[in-house]
Design a protein around this ligand. Structure first.
Ligand code: PRP
Ligand code: URA
Ligand code: MG
Length: 213
């Protein structure tokens, strides 16, 4: 597994504003979209393309277009939904599948409550969106599921990651024989006793959409 921490002053600037507890939901959603578009630029560096030719007003030009099957973008509900528009702005012809997952806040175990994905993901490049890589349980489970459906190349885009989660995820995906990359805006210090990223930004889903019951 490859970890890419995007080092760019605009990424750091937007992430700092996201972390600020005074940033309310409307601004938090806007900043998340902008930040994801910046991360997506790095995350899609190895998106598959094929060569093509177009006619300019002057001459023929050789270029590239996205290969088929189109990449599949998979936001992990709920919080990952806040990242979808930012990703689709960069790659509007991608397809979108959904995974609904929630972490039990006592046991920190992740479970899946919804799934709407193409059944056969053979030959698909997948871009998984989940803002927080905390213990890594949610992403490990999501990546295992996508691979079991045939995905052969997965990039996870996260706003923040904890070192413990990166290590757990590395171990969790060690048996998956496909290229896996995690792209994040920052690798934070640690997890606290409740499994929250420190300093982090709090509960991403709640900050995007309000308190969950
Ligand atoms: O790395 P992990 O320890 O598994 O934790 C990360 C997960 O926790 C959060 O989801 P949450 O369960 O709060 O659901 P939500 O998006 O509906 O708020 C977050 O959005 C990640 O999906
Ligand atoms: O810090 C954390 C950890 C898990 N989920 C969140 O939303 N935030
Ligand atoms: Mg949450």
């Amino acid at each position: 597994m490859r970890l890419l921490v995007v080092d760019h002053p605009l990424v750091s600037h937007k992430l700092t504003a996201l972390r600020d507890e005074r940033t309310a939901s409307p601004e938090f959603r806007r900043l998340t979209e902008e930040l994801v578009t910046l991360l997506a630029y790095e995350a899609t560096r190895d998106v598959r393309v094929e060569t093509t030719t177009v006619q300019t007003p002057v001459a023929e030009a050789e270029g590239v277009s996205l290969s088929r099957p189109r990449p599949l973008v998979v936001p992990i509900l709920r919080a990952g939904l806040g990242m979808l528009e930012g990703m689709m702005r960069l790659m509007p012809t991608a397809e979108v599948g959904f995974l609904g997952m929630v972490r039990n806040e006592e046991t920190l175990e992740a479970s899946t409550y919804a799934e709407r994905l193409p059944y056969d993901l053979s030959g698909r490049q997948c871009y998984v969106l989940d803002p927080m890589l905390a213990t890594g349980g949610t992403l490990a489970s999501a990546l295992g599921f996508l691979t079991s459906r045939g995905a052969d190349h997965i990039t996870a885009v996260c706003l923040l990651a904890a070192p413990e989660g990166v290590k757990n995820l590395e171990e969790g995906v060690a048996g998956l024989d496909i290229p896996i990359t995690v792209v994040t805006a920052a690798l934070d210090e640690r997890l606290n006793e409740k499994g929250y990223i420190v300093p982090g930004l709090g509960d991403a889903g709640d900050r995007l959409y309000g308190l969950a019951q």
